[in-house]
Write a protein that binds this ligand. Structure first.
Ligand code: WTA
Length: 660
């Protein structure tokens, strides 16, 4: 973000007070901040009591071996029981848990399915039995590579039920990306589908799993079984030794299954996310604290009223938002929610708004990038639908620019709905900084304040809190229940990445820059490291650079995230070709772009690739990305004094002027 945008942002002075009725009946009121401050552990223990425990904990937090936390020590519970069975036992078995909406619409009729909590209980039990029959036991890892179908939720809960940590890999990732994750966590079983629907056409998933399995075998890891859901009915290659149809294995399994209680610190899942090096980090979340954090925040930030609300989070289950705010938080709270398979505008541009109208959605959670793309299409589209059911709107994944915030509130929310701009990360497990809809007067563009129970601040290079009106690094100053426990298999990297920057103070370093305004409210500005945020998806510059360099024609590359009006940031790559590759040939840009797509996935595809003769480096050989970002964002190139060869930037800028 440029200084100018920042200055404009901070001039933003619109305020939106909570609606009086919402404020009066809010789940969480202003006194919660004081209660949490007075005794943070007692506060979290009270939130933990919202769950059902087989054995109560005897210590809320063990931070003796910091930064390795243990929450609710000695407690035992089953996450799937909390998300499913306890609602059935409480007489809510007939309540709809999931209104699933498939993407295809045939003759005006959408492909839909409603699952009640009793349905979920049966299917999760069947899947748990089937996984056990396939040899999956407590502690074994199961990878899930699926489209947004109800079985994705069932599969995750079945794993949780038997204590097998899942690792969900976003369906848009390539076979290579899947292989590296399967290998890193040594997954025993993969759950996938023949394919899924994307903009009206069936796209295959199973071939990527087959390819990934071959690759992991070459790395020395053998995946035992692949459980395949039939979604599209397309042809699939079949290996009898490994492949098992879901409808056979799960369909024929018993619908009875007794959940076992696991230790609060038993691993629940590993979610891979991009870091500043080429290798994705497996973020480990455990059972008790994570479920406390995700369910409490969902209750507080969305003011969830389970008897009357209809909730919809548009995230994919392959990201942390889908884990915390489709599966664990909402289901632990006994919500009725919409789960949608497809793209926002397929088969018609107003598809999302029609879903809100049809299901009378009251709480809606999406990402700024989607809001911006709807803004571009114009308000005529949403205006055709009745969205008067909406009462709270949420935003997540990247900073929401004030204009998008105001449009969202005005056009989608009919000027009634508070907006909760929720800042959090894969690592934090649940929302950390956000308005509370019944308490906070929202400011467009600001995530506002840490929620009750969370302590965060903005600090300078030395770890001292910055005064109001200044910027610095966003840190979390005390441990919280849903915090990551480590990086899978790499405790050192965990300590190094998050806890070494402000070691002396013992602060968690989030990797984001932020500013405190004159009221002390927090404005998150974006990453301060080599992580980009493209349409709310985290991508590492190094990971894309490594992908480019693995192409035989490439000698060196540098990747930067350039600001982009639609996607927040976009990937811009500078590439030096090997001598023997000459000019690379007429299709070199497409060739490299396809290569990145193959190595990582379509989300990592550069917006622009520039073939350059040299890269700007300091005398010590460090690439000066700042200058490359200037070029990518069309600005005059900044200070080049520290460059070993200042003329390089003239060459690159000249090339930029003529590149298409
Ligand atoms: C960014 C997604 C500003 C931030 C839940 C963070 C945000 C990264 C916001 C985590 C927000 C997320 N305002 N920035 N409301 N929410 N971010 O792990 O840079 O995919 O560090 O988790 O997204 O992305 P992740």
């Amino acid at each position: 973000m440029t200084d100018e945008t920042l200055a404009n942002l901070l001039k933003e002075d619109r305020r939106f007070e909570p609606p009086a009725e919402l404020a009066a009946n809010a789940n969480v009121k202003a006194d919660a901040y004081d209660a949490a401050r007075a005794d943070r552990e007692a506060f979290w223990a009270a939130q933990a009591d919202r769950l059902s425990w087989d054995t109560r904990w005897d210590r809320v937090l063990d931070w003796d071996n910091a930064p390795f936390a243990k929450w609710f020590v000695g407690g035992k519970l089953n996450a799937a029981y909390n998300c499913v069975d306890r609602h059935v036992e409480a007489g809510r078995g007939d309540k709809v848990a999931i209104h699933w909406v498939g993407e295809p619409v045939n003759d005006g009729v959408a492909d839909t399915r409603d699952l009640t909590y009793a349905d979920l209980q049966r299917e999760v039990s069947q899947a748990a039995n089937a996984l056990t029959d396939l040899g999956v036991g407590k502690g074994d890892r199961v990878a899930i590579y699926l489209p947004m179908i109800p079985e994705a939720v069932v599969a995750m809960l079945a794993c949780a039920r038997i204590g097998a940590p899942h690792t969900v890999v976003f369906g848009g990732f390539s076979a290579d990306a899947l292989a590296s994750r399967l290998d890193d966590c040594q997954a025993k079983v993969v759950i996938t589908a023949d394919g899924g629907y994307r903009r009206g056409t069936a796209s295959a998933l199973k071939p990527a799993v087959d390819e990934a399995r071959t690759k992991t075998a070459q790395m020395g890891h053998v995946v035992d079984k692949v459980l395949v859901i039939r979604r599209t009915g397309q042809e699939v290659a079949w290996d009898d030794a490994t492949d098992v149809w879901w409808h056979d294995a799960v369909g024929n399994a018993s619908t009875e299954h007794t959940p076992e209680a696991f230790d609060a610190e038993h691993p629940l899942y590993v979610m891979y996310t991009s870091g500043t090096t080429g290798k994705p980090k497996g973020i480990l979340h455990t059972t008790g604290g994570y479920l406390v954090g995700s369910s409490y925040t969902h209750h507080a930030v969305f003011d969830l009223k389970p008897d009357t609300d209809v909730y919809w989070c548009t995230a994919d289950i392959g990201w942390v938002t889908g884990h915390s705010y489709i599966v664990y938080g909402p289901l632990a709270n006994g919500v009725t929610q919409v789960l949608y398979e497809g793209t926002p505008d397929s088969p018609e541009p107003g598809r999302w708004w029609k879903i809100i109208q049809d299901y009378k959605v009251t709480l809606f959670y999406t990402a700024p990038t989607a809001i911006r793309s709807f803004m571009k299409q114009g308000r005529e589209i949403p205006d055709q639908y009745d969205m008067s059911s909406l009462r709270i709107l949420g935003s997540v994944g990247e900073p929401i620019n004030p204009e998008a915030y105001v449009w969202y509130r005005h056009v989608i929310g009919g000027d009634r709905t508070p907006i909760v701009d929720t800042w959090w990360q894969t690592e934090t497990g649940s929302v950390m900084i956000s308005p509370l809809p019944g308490v906070t007067a929202g400011k467009p563009g600001s995530a506002m304040t840490p929620i009750p129970g969370i302590e965060a601040d903005v600090v300078d290079d030395d770890g001292n809190p910055v005064p109001n009106g200044s910027g610095g690094y966003l840190v979390v100053t005390s441990p919280w229940p849903s915090m990551l426990r480590t990086i899978w298999g790499d405790d050192d990297r965990y300590v190094d990445t998050y806890w070494s920057r402000f070691k002396q103070q013992g602060y968690y370093f989030a990797g984001d820059g932020a500013k405190k305004d004159t009221d002390g409210d927090i404005w998150v500005l974006g990453r301060v490291d080599d992580v980009m945020n493209v349409s709310g998806h985290r991508l590492s510059t190094t990971e894309i650079e490594s992908a480019l360099v693995s192409h035989p024609k490439v000698a060196e590359s540098a990747v930067v995230g350039a600001s982009d009006p639609d996607t927040g940031q976009a990937v811009v790559a500078y590439v030096i070709l090997r001598n023997e590759a000459g000019d690379g040939g007429p299709d070199i840009v497409k060739e490299l772009s396809d290569h990145v797509r193959k190595e990582i996935g379509p989300i990592a595809k550069p917006r622009q690739i520039m073939i350059v003769p040299e890269l700007p480096k300091t005398r010590s050989g460090k690439i000066m990305r700042r200058l490359l970002r200037d070029v990518a964002e069309g600005r005059a190139v900044g200070d080049t004094q520290t460059l070993a060869d200042a003329s390089i930037m003239d060459l690159i800028s000249a090339g930029q002027a003529t590149s298409t």
